[in-house]
Design a protein around this ligand. Sequence first.
Ligand code: PEP
Length: 252
Amino acid sequence: MRKPIIAGNWKMYKTAKEAKAFINESLPLMKNKDVDVVVFPPAIAIPAVAEALAGQELVKYGAQNVHWAAEGAYTGELSVGMLKDAGCAYALCGHSERRQYFGDTDDTVARRACAALAGGIIPVICVGESLEQREQGIALSVLAEQLAGSVAGIPAGQAENIVIAYEPVWAIGTGKTATAADAQEVIGFLRKELGKLFSDAVAEKIRILYGGSVKPGNIQELMSQLDIDGALVGGASLEAVSFADIVNYSNK
Ligand code: PEP
């Protein structure tokens, strides 16, 4: 059984003080013990989140990016060792905004993910097609290539520990959600591709999340799909009540 993950990507929102206030408000509201809950604060707010989350097991936290080198002259980057030292359990790799604005490619995403995994951090590897690619009818072939490139070098023996997030670029922050059936179709396809890249048995264990305008109103239907193992939530993760409502989806 794959344990679902509900993850909140706060992007470049929330100061340390705001992050702490969010945790203090949302923690008592989260009642669903059957999911892994993860928040991805801006790096500078991670210590405040760590402090606010101390002494509980439900909510873990991670970084929005990670570098592949152990240390070095890489201004603005953070290493796996630094994230471990800060208590991070997860790291986003290749979010579409990193790919679009900061030059991440399948190759750099794979390097980030391999380093994270080797250092004991769970990489959440993001893939997604653009609207243009979807309209051209090439979404699945684009995704197959992106997935293969972004997991290149991950040892098959450790691949069950990675997490994939399918986030159609046209659905991020736009209010447009893929229908649950469309998301299931693509995520089922990605699982088959993972089967070819690793093995069917490994692919059955890898958690694949959907992301793109997930809200309290659509989480239930998304989570009822066979292959959807959770959600990566942007906008709706910034507000304590809406994020807790998404976490509590199965209690409704
Ligand atoms: C995201 O940033 O990963 C995301 C899915 O954003 P939103 O939920 O706002 O579409």
